[in-house]
Write a protein that binds this ligand. Structure first.
Ligand code: PEP
Ligand code: MN
Length: 350
């Protein structure tokens, strides 16, 4: 827990003080980014090396371990020299195996050096999922890091402000001994969604959470909409978890770990349903634009030739849709498509 960015010494220390006051009984690592991978060059890029001092000051005043993000071998060297306890590799860096390998090599060198001079005792490295939905790449990064012998944790932060439960599930199955954390802040981009996502992760058996916390979220220089106050995170973490209704109604013969399997599968289904609705809604948007075009050119919404053409295409697709053990019948596909098409016409006419 901690701010997206270490912005100023006072902000790092004040957020730390409030976290210690609110969450003193909850074990946590204090996080803040010194080097920020921002989309635009015109936004705050992080305070850089200077911020490491603020983090280690917070550590010595309040006594918790501290973490920061590294994206280059030089960041690793500086962070370890400063005495940072945990490092995390962000989603953009995680998408680039050459960058991850560079970090791994820098870690290996630093570990060899620290054996000689007793400084820079790193406690662990957290690796976020890549920005793209790629379980294999995430697993590959974990394996690169495992070679260093440093404890590794995986952080599911989703893609495009959506969870990717199937990817997290695949990583969890492939690496059952790697602690899996959720980052509900980057996963949603929305402070209002943090509590629900933490609850969901709890149901799935996640081992912890990395949450962005700022003493004044509305004034944050990065990710202001997704940061919450130390008081709020305390409420979220201390809230009694409520089990999913259907899960709690399962027969008593079903063990907790078997029930978790069902929770993971349901999470995957929910994610796919969300994608289905988003795709259908996006299709309606394009359809409306087509409707406007037709209106402007005096053409009726229903064009029989186009209608027949799409139905023919569906028949061909049907033969090819024997993917991954499921075959979609032509009747089913036609029914679904007819419903979508009808709604499309209604929206074009409205
Ligand atoms: C962060 O944790 O501040 C961050 C930049 O996250 P991500 O790499 O997940 O975008
Ligand atoms: Mn952030």
């Amino acid at each position: 827990m901690g701010p997206c960015s270490a912005e100023r010494r006072e902000q790092v220390l004040e957020t730390a003080r409030q976290l210690r006051e609110e969450c003193g009984s909850i074990p946590f690592i204090y996080r803040a980014g010194a080097w920020k991978p921002r989309t635009s060059p015109y936004t705050f890029q992080g305070a850089g090396s200077e911020a490491l001092k603020w983090l280690t000051e917070a550590k010595s005043v309040y006594g918790f371990d501290v973490a920061t993000e590294v994206a280059t071998p030089e960041h690793v060297r500086e962070a370890l020299e400063a005495g940072i306890d945990y490092l995390w590799i962000g989603a953009r860096t995680s998408a680039n195996p050459i960058a991850v390998q560079g970090i791994v090599e820098s870690l290996t060198l630093s570990i060899e050096r620290s054996r000689l001079d007793e400084s820079g005792k790193l406690k662990g490295v957290l690796i976020k999922n890549p920005v793209n939905n790629d379980a294999e790449l995430w697993i590959g990064n974990i394996e690169r890091l495992e070679k260093t012998g440093i404890p590794v944790m995986a952080v599911h932060r989703g893609c495009n402000h959506q969870p990717c439960w199937a990817m997290a599930h695949a990583v969890h199955l492939a690496k059952p001994n790697i602690p899996l954390l959720i980052d509900p802040s980057h996963m949603s981009g929305d402070a209002e969604k943090i509590a629900g996502l933490v609850q969901k992760a709890h149901e799935l058996g996640f081992d912890g959470a990395m949450v962005e916390v700022h003493h004044k979220p509305e004034e944050a220089l990065s990710d202001a909409k997704q940061q919450i106050t130390p008081r709020k995170i305390r409420e979220v973490l201390l809230e009694e978890p409520t089990s999913h209704q259907l899960i709690s109604n399962l027969p008593t013969t079903v063990s907790e770990s078997t029930a978790k399997e069902l929770s993971w599968l349901r999470a995957e289904i929910d994610e796919l349903d969300d994608q289905l609705w988003a795709t259908i809604a996006a299709r309606m948007d394009v359809s409306k634009r087509i409707g406007e075009w037709k209106k402007a050119h005096g053409i009726a919404p229903l064009q029989p030739e186009r209608y027949r053409e799409i139905k023919e295409k569906l028949k061909i697709k049907n033969e090819k849709l024997k993917i991954g053990g499921s075959t979609l019948s032509e009747a089913f596909m036609m029914n679904v498509w007819e419903l979508i098409h009808e709604e499309s016409l209604r929206q074009q006419e409205s």
